[in-house]
Design a protein around this ligand. Structure first.
Ligand SMILES: [Zn+2]
Ligand SMILES: [Zn+2]
Length: 338
């Protein structure tokens, strides 16, 4: 089967890989949609360590195609529509049991497209413990987005303890930032969306931003200060990994800041800010339980997750797709399979 690999030098390779068969406790998922996530670009350029022989794509979504030994009939049936939580842990330690296999206490956890084959291929084999039902109301590409980019925004809001009735500044309006804008707006926050690209800012309005700021052309501090009568923001979500100083510059008293973008150095001097009573946190995607809740919220609020995608590609177009995505000036892409 044709599969996308990254040599790590800013190119893609289409490699013919044998179709997987499920081992004990595993299922094979026929991939229907595999999203392109901003973090792909760190691996595309070789900035992060990863196994160059694994298939890329950590936002897969599809249907159960084959079931391995030992999988309970109640756990999976051929044809089930499933999302995948793209981290594989031991399933037994406290972190795994809490839905956080990415922090598996054994230290042996695996991430799709980093240590284990991902979804940029017609089929993927995964532990049955990693699958989650895809609600019938959601498309496969919505399930793919919820599997990382959109779920990362959801996870950040959960880490923040909610954002309703706040003025929330969302820095970066890529796939994660747009999702954060969408969720925060639907939860009742007033959202100030920030980016340096006009197209992305237009999209931010579509996803519910009340105010948009091109921080290359105008002072973010001035806009937020004017809008809030000098009180500044209750919440800042930094999704770009590049604007941590901007994040603190607009964070008001008792403000909460959540950093989900990488790499990003976060620095502040306690003496300069301790009277501001800030809460500062990081957030790493979401637990498998929150992935399911995120999907439920998207359904119950009828949120336009499909609209996050500006481009759809076939697997044969992988090189062109990643060259496009690498420009970081457009929306989100997805590989779709029949
Ligand atoms: Zn574990
Ligand atoms: Zn991702």
């Amino acid at each position: 089967m044709k599969s996308v690999l990254f040599p790590g030098d800013g190119t893609t390779v289409l490699e013919d890989v044998p179709e997987p068969t499920p081992g004990p406790g595993e299922v094979v998922v026929k991939i229907r949609a595999s999203g392109m996530c901003g973090s792909d670009l760190h691996f595309y350029h070789g900035n992060f360590d990863f196994d160059h022989s694994v298939i890329q794509g950590h936002e897969p979504c599809g249907e159960i195609y084959a079931i391995g030994e030992g999988v309970a009939p109640t756990a999976a049936t051929v044809g089930d529509r499933v999302m995948i939580h793209h981290y594989f842990g031991c399933s037994m330690c406290r972190r795994c049991r809490a839905g956080w296999p990415q922090m598996c206490e054994t230290g042996q956890g695996k991430t799709m497209a980093v240590h284990a084959n991902g979804g940029h291929a017609p089929f993927a084999v995964v532990p049955v413990t990693s699958i989650l039902p895809l609600p019938s109301e959601l498309s496969f590409k919505a399930g793919a987005a919820i599997g990382c980019g959109t779920g990362t925004a959801w996870g950040a809001i959960k880490r923040l303890g909610g954002v309703g009735d706040t003025v929330s500044v969302v820095i970066g309006q890529g796939p994660v930032g747009l999702s954060a804008t969408m969720f925060a707006s639907s939860m009742g926050a007033t959202v100030i969306g920030v980016d340096i690209d006009a197209t992305r800012l237009e999209r931010a309005k579509h996803f519910g931003a009340d105010v948009v700021v091109n921080s290359r052309e105008e002072s973010l501090f001035d806009v937020v200060s004017d809008y809030t009568g000098g009180r500044l923001a209750d919440v800042v979500m930094e999704t770009s990994g590049r604007a941590t100083k901007d994040a603190f510059s607009v964070l008001g008293t008792f403000g909460r800041a959540c950093f989900s973008g990488l790499p990003g150095d976060v620095e502040f001097t306690t003496q300069a800010v301790y009277k501001k009573q800030w809460t500062v946190m990081t957030s790493w995607t979401m637990s498998s339980i929150e992935q399911a809740r995120c999907a439920d919220f998207v359904v119950s609020h009828n949120l336009p997750v499909d609209d996050l995608y500006s481009h759809r590609w076939t697997i044969d177009q992988a090189a062109e797709a990643y060259e496009w995505f690498d420009r970081q000036d457009a929306g989100k892409g997805v590989f779709e399979f029949d």
